[in-house]
Design a protein around this ligand. Structure first.
Ligand SMILES: [Zn+2]
Length: 56
């Protein structure tokens, strides 16, 4: 069983851990980092795989 995390963008439990303190949401294709169980940064994942700041 993989544990899923709440995505700050879509609000679904669709995010999986991809690195230490780094998570990726499969619903909206964003990455976010968490510190002490709080979301600290959200990034868009561009088509080439690079990250840019998410603008809600
Ligand atoms: Zn999401």
């Amino acid at each position: 069983m993989s544990s899923m995390f709440l995505c700050p963008v879509c609000g679904r439990k669709s995010a999986g851990r991809v690195a230490v303190d780094q998570y990726y949401c499969w619903e909206c294709c964003v990455e976010f980092t968490m510190k002490e169980e709080k979301v600290s940064h959200v990034f868009n994942v561009e088509l080439d795989g690079s990250l840019s700041s998410f603008e809600g």
